[in-house]
Design a protein around this ligand. Structure first.
Ligand SMILES: O=P(O)(O)OC[C@H]1O[C@H](OP(=O)(O)OP(=O)(O)O)[C@H](O)[C@@H]1O
Ligand code: HPA
Ligand SMILES: [Mg+2]
Length: 169
């Protein structure tokens, strides 16, 4: 099943996201030390900034990947920009000393592609779904596979009609 129904909703506010990203940094702080962060754009940009601030990491590189082209449907995985070879070889090569950050792992396909680029890196996400869990070394919160996570940067305020509708006249 390529794209199973994800009909449960897990909405995340900015406050929640900040708190959960800090919790990720807290967890990572007892796991190891890293010389650089590689963030998987675009979703990884926000948690990478928060983790970098907490862990005092100032070298931040991107790997630019898009696969959910049509909102919640995964399509072809495009690597728009690979990791700078200088970052891959920063320590002993193959991404050692590098922390890879993304907002979530779902099927794990995105992480798998980045793992091939940086086999010795440490992989971390804020949220994880069960199918993707084997692809990630550290995460904070797991949600079920049939849940869609709604991030604050994708949401907006909207009028909610009252339960009891006014009747004309
Ligand atoms: O585990 P997977 O099934 O591969 O899905 C997870 C990836 O999908 C989303 O990125 P998306 O491709 O939507 O691009 P974006 O980060 O620019 O929103 C999300 O930010 C992860 O990077
Ligand atoms: O549950 C999700 N939410 C937002 N983006 C995603 N990309 C893959 N899965 C998800
Ligand atoms: Mg992404």
């Amino acid at each position: 099943m390529e794209n199973p129904a994800q009909d449960k909703a897990f909405p995340v506010s900015w406050d929640m996201f900040h708190r959960d990203s800090r919790a990720l940094a807290w967890r990572l702080s007892s796991v190891g030390e890293w010389k650089a962060i590689v963030c998987i754009t675009r979703g990884g940009l926000v948690p990478a900034g928060i983790v970098a601030r907490e862990l005092g990491i100032r070298t931040i590189e991107t790997v630019c990947i898009a696969s959910y082209h049509d909102y919640d449907t995964q399509g072809r995985l495009d690597v728009i920009k690979p990791v700078d070879p200088k970052v891959v070889d920063l320590d002993d090569g193959e991404g050692s000393g590098v922390l890879v950050i993304d907002d979530l792992v779902d099927t794990g396909k995105t992480m798998k592609v980045v793992r091939e680029m940086l086999p010795k890196a440490h992989f971390a996400t804020v949220y994880a779904k069960p199918v993707g869990v084997p692809m990630v070394d550290t995460f904070v919160t797991e949600v079920s596979q049939d849940t869609w996570i709604y991030f604050p940067w994708d949401m907006g305020w909207q009028f909610q009609p009252p339960l009891a509708k006014e009747t004309a006249g």
